[in-house]
Write a protein of this length. Structure first.
Length: 236
């Protein structure tokens, strides 16, 4: 290994939490604020001694005022706080980024709660309600194959009972009383990443609004009419 490579290694390395890199926007950290945090953190994570603004200016190319604004924004968003730490027996000012990691931890917890809700098995009563609703709207008893199809929607495709009920309503409004039509509706919603009733309703409203808009009038140059029939034109 050459001397240049050894010098680079001797500069040390900054380790970064992967979850922070993947989700910093979710907790309100801007690209510029993340860059500044990475530049000043060094071997620290939570408590970071206040840096020399001149050094940061040189590293980032940001003005002194912009750097102050970035730190102020992080404090306002409760991503950081000013504190003091002991360095070689001296009290020095520092930034405490504990709040940023607390927000990150809360985001992770919310994701886990959502995942647990998604993985929660469909209750017997909910399942029965789906079967009964479809039988009622179709006006007949479901066949064993149809019941198996509905079970696959719930257990394999993980469509929620609420979404299936909405697909049923769509089919009934179209006066199509079969599961194949419902399956096409559900597949179409899945392709559009519509997972909840709120998302489906928003999609419906948007589609209805676009359908109700009058077609755009032609605003280009006038196109002359050419009579290919040979018959005299009716000027009336």
């Amino acid at each position: 290994m050459d001397n240049y490579a050894l010098k680079l290694l001797n500069q040390g390395q900054t380790t970064v939490n992967n979850y922070l890199l993947q989700n910093y926007h979710q907790i309100g950290v801007s690209n510029e604020a993340l860059l500044v945090y990475l530049l000043i953190k060094g071997n620290h994570d939570l408590i970071v001694p206040m840096p020399e603004i001149g050094d940061l200016q040189q590293q980032t190319g940001f003005s002194e005022q912009k750097l102050f604004n970035l730190f102020h924004q992080m404090i306002e968003k409760k991503l950081a706080a000013i504190t003091q730490i002991d360095v070689e027996g001296q009290k020095v000012d520092a930034y405490d980024f504990s709040q940023m990691y607390e927000k990150l931890g809360l985001l992770k917890s919310q994701e886990q709660d959502t995942q647990q809700q998604d993985d929660k098995p469909i209750g017997v009563n909910q399942r029965q309600a789906v079967f009964e609703s479809i039988e009622k709207e179709f006006g007949r008893t479901l066949s064993p194959i149809e019941m198996e199809t509905i079970s696959q929607w719930l257990d394999i495709d993980h469509y929620t009972p609420e979404i299936i009920q909405m697909a049923l309503k769509e089919a009934v409004l179209s006066q199509v009383y079969n599961l194949k039509y419902m399956d096409r509706i559900l597949s179409n919603w899945e392709k559009k990443n519509l997972k909840s009733s709120q998302q489906v309703e928003a999609y419906r409203r948007k589609r209805k609004a676009s359908e109700s808009e009058p077609p755009a009038r032609y605003s280009g140059p006038k196109i002359p009419f050419i009579n290919l029939s040979g018959k005299p034109e009716d000027n009336q």
